[in-house]
Design a protein around this ligand. Sequence first.
Ligand code: SAM
Length: 305
Amino acid sequence: MTELNLIPEKIVKESVEKIVKRYKVSPEQAEEFFLDEAFKNKVFMEKALEFSEKKNFSKWSEYRKVMKKTKKNIYYNLRQYKHESVQEIKEKFDELKKALKKEKPEKTLDLHKQLLKMHISSKERIEFYPEFYKKIFEVTGKPDSLLDVSTGFNYFSLIFSGLKKLDFVGTEYKKEFVEQMNEYFKLTENSGIKGKGFLLDLKNTDFDTRNELLDLNNGKNFDVVFLLKLIPVIEREKRGLTENLLDLIPAKWIVLSCSKESMTKKEKISFRETGTIKKFIKENSLYLSAQIDFPNEIVFVVKRE
Ligand SMILES: C[S@@+](CC[C@H](N)C(=O)[O-])C[C@H]1O[C@@H](n2cnc3c(N)ncnc32)[C@H](O)[C@@H]1O
């Protein structure tokens, strides 16, 4: 008997429909998540057939437990900021490393794009990266130095920035992300874009952080800092966490952004997210120079007053 025979098709079908209506997953993924949880619930498995014949199985407490856990798993899975597995990312990065040992970075654009697609935040910009940078730099001017706080995979996009020369520092809060970044910049050190990775967990900063960042830029303020799709995420992690963030950041121009649509659920969140950013701008007495609209992202370019 297959797994599907054990759980009445009606339950599976209706559950999958409910999930895909709300979350950014395919019907196949929704089914996999649902079945995973269903099989863990013994009572559900024993009584599923009986309940499926009743009209209102969706009110059955065991069914609700299964759905609740399924949704929670989907939510956390999507919040991993990537669709691909760690193994797939490693393989793709190995491919890029191999290519960079033989060729100039400009000859490996497609591999850069493939890696950018593996992180949900950069994936959403893949179609318009050159324009993204152009519009931001029209306001800030072309920077000589750029700090990208919690860069994700965004550093793979510098090659599409139109900048020929740049001193770049990217931060991330997981050691393996920083190691990967440093490996990448070691392999591209002969290009005009010089980069370094820096371990920075925003939940765990101290007075030295600012000086450490300054040291990475030869003691100078960065021309521009990116806080892309970060403030609302960090505030959700822990309220008030971004309160003193700007004290750590030695930069003239600050570029903040937020998503218009949730990364996990099919819901518009731009009102809530822009609210968080506007509050941040106000509380830090920043001057808003430009607000730029991109597909699924709103960018705020601000200056310290
Ligand atoms: C929505 S992603 C944005 C990534 C990138 N800035 C972009 O827009 O492409 C949020 C980033 O915050 C990072 N992050 C999550 N918790 C963090 C923490 N406590 N400290 C620092 N970074 C964190 C994640 O690793 C992830 O790269």
